[in-house]
Design a protein around this ligand. Structure first.
Ligand SMILES: O=C(O)CCC(=O)C(=O)O
Ligand SMILES: [Fe+2]
Length: 331
């Protein structure tokens, strides 16, 4: 990968949520953080959120115990994590990637955490179940805070509750094996854009996530131990009529230490039509995307045709390339 991954001058915005209280969104610190969130979502579709409310003990029990126990299970047990929806089950055994990953649907809720736990450990593992559920529930709060801030910035916060009601939350836990002494860095996950609304990424203290800026520069995410990386996906880009950007990102691993990540994805329910609200479409902001069904879009993305195109959202439902180019020039 060599020069392509050379350290970049640019950094992701680092936004401190310590003084932000989601049950009190009227404060001055809320407004200040909100302005920075919107700016980052427009320019990069991504930022680092400092969020010390999630304790280091909880992170430690997730990364130090729960995930290690999970990935140490026999492959045939992990392979039981199947789902007919793309990206909703076990991923791994891909020859050129040192990557293995499991998806826990509805992890913030006890029924979700419990059904996954009993699939992996039929005789039970209550510590695993509680750790996963409690972590996911707390990260879900950060997701809702970020999403509310974006909607408020755009003057469409009245849609917040309905959007949450048509959202499901999935926790994806992943293990990226270290190249172990090999000099070259290795690809852990291919460049892609997320299809869903938002992803809140937490990692053990091993870096590897890189995000491409609009000008094609790859910037490494180097989150602090109390930070999360927030990444916007295509569904949010479409719903905001292109105000929010959905960046390409990839994982590159090096060194001797295994990287673990735990990501809460907010995902529109299958039957949800993704369509920008009328307030976000006007003369200055012509409609960029045709309305689409979320699950049909995801199936397109994994189809032979969808895998070939550079920007899946534009190809699938972009109104016209001219508007998109204009938007790119203004950015
Ligand atoms: O593991 C990470 O840090 C990010 C992985 C990712 O981009 C994904 O699962 O969509
Ligand atoms: Fe991703």
């Amino acid at each position: 990968m060599g020069a392509e991954t050379a350290a970049s001058e640019r950094r992701l915005s680092k936004i401190d949520f310590s003084d932000v209280n989601s049950s009190n969104p009227g404060t001055r610190s809320w407004a200040a953080v909100r302005a920075r969130v919107m700016q980052a979502m427009e320019s990069d579709g991504c930022f680092e959120a400092v969020y010390p409310r999630i304790s280091s003990e909880l992170r430690d029990s997730l990364f130090g115990t729960a995930m290690k126990e999970l990935f140490a299970l026999p492959l045939e047990t992990k392979l039981q994590n199947i789902c007919d929806k793309p990206f909703h089950g076990y991923l791994g055994q891909i020859p050129y990637l040192s990557y293995e990953s499991l998806a826990i649907m509805d992890a913030p809720f006890s029924y979700g955490a419990q059904s996954f736990t009993s699939l992996m450990w039929p005789s039970g593992n209550s510590t695993f179940c509680e750790t996963v559920q409690s972590f996911s529930e707390q990260v879900m709060e950060l997701e809702e805070t970020v999403r509310r801030m974006v909607l408020e910035s755009l003057g469409v916060e009245k849609y917040c509750v309905a959007q949450t009601e048509s959202t499901r939350f999935l926790l994806r836990v992943s293990e990226y094996g270290a190249p172990q002494g090999e000099e070259e860095k290795k690809l852990g996950l291919v460049p892609h854009r997320d299809k869903n609304t938002l992803a809140i990424v937490c990692q053990n203290q091993v870096d590897g996530l890189e995000i491409e800026t609009k000008d094609g520069e790859w910037i490494p995410a180097t989150p602090s131990p109390a930070s999360f990386i927030v990444i916007a996906g295509d569904a949010f880009r479409a719903w905001t009529n292109g105000r929010v950007y959905s960046p390409l990102h990839r994982i590159v691993v090096g060194g001797d230490t295994t990287r673990y990540s735990a990501i809460i994805f907010s995902i529109p329910k299958d039957e949800v039509v993704i369509q920008a609200p009328p307030e976000l479409v006007d003369e200055e902001h012509p409609s960029l995307f045709r309305p689409f069904l979320y699950n049909k879009y995801v199936h397109y993305c994994v189809s032979e045709e969808g895998m070939k195109v550079k920007c899946q959202l534009d190809s699938y439902c972009g109104v016209d390339a001219e508007n998109l180019e204009k938007q790119g020039d203004e950015a």
